[in-house]
Design a protein around this ligand. Structure first.
Ligand code: RB5
Length: 149
């Protein structure tokens, strides 16, 4: 199950991505927004990312105008490794090396055709593990240290 959410800036692209997921036979849960009315990206990012953290969804896709607000918000949620990607190389390597569990896209930056390829790459690329696991554990250590402040 893939969690998907957008603000108004990403609303149209979210619809295209959902159509792509359906065409690929991949299940998703839409956390909104459900209209193109102006809304606040943290309100959409948080529930989608919490569904990833809980295990209800294995990965997430978040879209706003630049992808930046969504990525800032997503990375505040414990256990979330969100990557803002505007190219397929980044999407591939954030899976292989960072085990990113949330993909952020900027609908006003990245065209729909490329965005769909980025989604495919992100969803289809496995984590390599090995030395990259140690680095992720160090990131999690920072998270624990900061939580104790
Ligand atoms: C909304 O206008 C815009 O600020 C939002 O979609 C996003 O780009 C924020 O990072």
């Amino acid at each position: 199950m893939i969690a998907i959410a957008s603000d108004h800036g990403g609303f149209a692209l979210k619809k295209e991505i959902m159509e792509r997921l359906e065409a690929r036979g991949l299940e998703y849960k839409d956390f909104g927004s459900f209209t193109a009315e102006s809304c606040d990206y943290p309100d959409l990012a948080a529930p989608a990312c919490r569904a990833v953290r809980s295990g209800e969804c294995e990965k997430g896709i978040l879209i706003c105008g630049t992808g930046i607000g969504m990525s800032i918000s997503a990375n505040k949620i414990k256990g979330i490794r969100a990557a803002l990607c505007g190219d397929c190389f980044s999407a591939e390597f954030t899976r292989r090396h960072n085990d990113a569990n949330v993909l952020c896209l900027g609908a006003r930056v990245t065209g729909a055709g490329l965005a769909l390829k980025i989604c495919d790459t992100f969803l289809d690329t496995p984590f390599e593990g090995g030395r990259h696991k140690r680095r992720i554990e160090k990131v999690e250590e920072i998270e624990r240290e900061e939580a104790g402040l």
